[in-house]
Design a protein around this ligand. Sequence first.
Ligand code: AR6
Length: 174
Amino acid sequence: MESRIDVIRADITKIKADAIVNAANSALMGGGGVDGAIHAAGGRKILEECMAYVAANGRLPVGEAMITSGGMLPAKYVIHTVGPVWSGGNNKEDDLLKNAYLNSLKIASAKGIRSIVFPNISTGIFHFPKDRAAAIAVDTTKEFLKTNSSIERILFVCYDEENYQLYQSKITTE
Ligand code: AR6
């Protein structure tokens, strides 16, 4: 069967898909890294939806996800999730990163989204080890797809060559 999971090296803000995922923080006010790039390219509407969400629900806990429109982006929706800050590995970082992927996928599925694009959550400013994060990302999505038929395509977008190589080897290994 043709794989529903793929990887490319690109800028996630340029990708046309039903949804791209943002590696946000709990305040949902934008920031650096991919979060900054998404808000810069997507425009004010995304930030306004994030602010309305926080006003109604409070800060987004680590490992959780919420959805906004895509604003001016080519993607229809942005799913904002919060990965863990790496702090040595004994503070539930693995579980929290897994939850960030899983909860993003659950929101996508509930919304009828067929194509979803992930950045390498937590591996930049939050310093999660890249190899370990890639294993969690690929294992979690493969496992999810086993019992889900509504999501047709999951694309991992890597910004750096190291992540790209890691994902390529993990996606092709069963
Ligand atoms: N397209 C795709 N990937 C990107 C892009 C882009 N335009 N820009 C960066 N990356 P990071 P985190 C990659 O730091 O570690 C923010 O301030 C980057 O190379 O964006 O989860 C938030 O507000 C790395 O591989 O997110 C939070 O406070 C990956 O995206 C905090 O950073 C994630 O790096 C979140 O830190």
